[in-house]
Ligand binder design. Structure first.
Ligand code: F6R
Ligand code: MG
Ligand code: MG
Length: 370
């Protein structure tokens, strides 16, 4: 039996600037997905938000890139946009770049991470969703999880992982992909994905049997729209346990903060903060960039649920074990903010290409004398 986990997300308007998706929008998404579940389009779902991004987690049997599932997400984002406009919320419809749906939301603005799996005896899944950052934000933790034996003990101890993992990397500039195998090509992989503004890990398989283990969203809104219209706040779906990294190994890279592109105006390096769903709201300098992690069990094409059909969700960063990383993120945020608009606090000129800064600097063009 094949089951698909689809996470489709968009920023369609938020409360008080780019802070949170308010309840009326979440309710609209909930109503839309509930109806779709009753009609059998999806089997189960969870609506949540990562800061100002509305996140639709849907489990179904229609495969990846299903027109019905993408149409459902698009329709839901449109309905939420209507409400956002009515309430004059900020950035209403921000990520919906096209007006007409053409079968797939890829390239239309929303971010998509979809994983079709052959269900195992038990299939624990971790869904990550971040705000105020970009797809390259997953490069570092995914490398740690699937290639670094100092993070993932299973790479050393579990025979099922000894052959390693294959990483598909997207070159977002040329829109081309390459697959590299670890541990053999580990140094080359780091050489590529260390450049987080250009390359991003898009998919991972276990070498031994080609089992798909992880997928990320790779949308670059600026490249779609040709200008800066908000960051591409990414999502990822990761499978865990029984010959794959354990949930604890998947979460271990987040014991410390690390730096990601994004934060204020998508133009700064910021320390990533792992947070619970209740703290999934960016504040200081529109940040720091935050990440939530939801744990689910997939069960016969659905999310394992309680007797009333309410999906069982583990809010994985809702744990004092991540307090140190959060504290570290705040400390680093303060250090970087002290530097204002000077590099490395601000992104490189190349990364600022799609922001409004080049427009401003253009006014100086004729004033340079040799
Ligand atoms: C970053 C983000 C915010 C905005 C900032 C300015 O992804 O969404 O940091 O860039 O609040 O927003 P505008 O230009 O809409 O006033
Ligand atoms: Mg926003
Ligand atoms: Mg956002």
């Amino acid at each position: 039996m094949k089951t698909t986990i689809s996470v489709i997300k968009a920023d369609v308007g938020s409360l008080a600037g780019h802070h949170i998706v308010p309840a009326p929008l979440l309710e609209i998404a909930e109503d839309n997905l509930k109806k779709a579940a009753e009609e059998g389009v999806i089997n189960s779902y969870k609506v949540f938000h990562a800061g100002d991004d509305l996140e639709l987690l849907m489990v179904h049997n229609r495969g990846e890139r299903s027109e019905e599932i993408h149409a459902l997400a698009w329709k839901t984002f449109l309905a939420a946009t209507e409400k956002a406009k009515e309430l004059k919320l900020y950035g209403a419809g921000q990520d919906l770049l096209k007006t007409a749906f053409s079968g797939n939301v890829r390239g239309m603005g929303p971010g998509v991470a979809e994983l079709e799996i052959e269900e195992r005896g038990s299939d624990p899944i971790v869904v990550f969703a971040a705000d105020k950052t970009s797809p390259g934000a997953f490069n570092y933790p995914l490398f740690r999880i699937f290639a670094d034996p100092m993070n993932t003990a299973g790479l050393v101890i579990d025979a099922a992982m000894l052959d390693g993992f294959k990483f598909e990397v997207l070159d977002s500039k040329l829109n081309k992909r390459v697959v590299l195998q670890c541990p053999e090509e580990m140094y080359k992989l780091i050489g590529l994905i260390g450049t987080v503004n250009r390359y991003c890990v898009s998919r991972i398989w276990r070498v031994a049997d080609n089992r798909v283990c992880a997928v990320t969203s790779t949308t670059k809104l600026s490249q779609l729209a040709g200008k800066y219209i908000g960051k591409d706040d990414p999502v990822a779906v990761v499978r865990a346990q029984h010959g794959l990294p354990a949930v604890g190994e998947i979460l271990a890279p987040f014991l410390h903060t690390y730096f990601v592109e994004g934060w204020m105006r998508g133009s700064h390096w910021g320390p990533l903060m792992p947070v619970s769903l209740k703290d999934s709201r960016c504040t200081a300098f529109d940040g720091p960039p935050r990440m939530v992690a939801l744990g689910i069990q997939v069960c016969n094409g659905r999310i394992a649920s309680d007797k009333d059909g309410v999906p069982l969700i583990a809010d994985l960063f809702d744990d004092p074990a991540f307090d140190f990383a959060r504290r570290e993120a705040v400390e680093m945020a303060i250090v970087f903010r002290r530097m204002g608009e000077f590099q490395p606090a601000r992104l490189s000129e190349e990364s600022m290409e799609y922001t409004t800064l080049p427009e401003i600097l253009k006014t100086l063009k004729d004033r340079f004398k040799s």
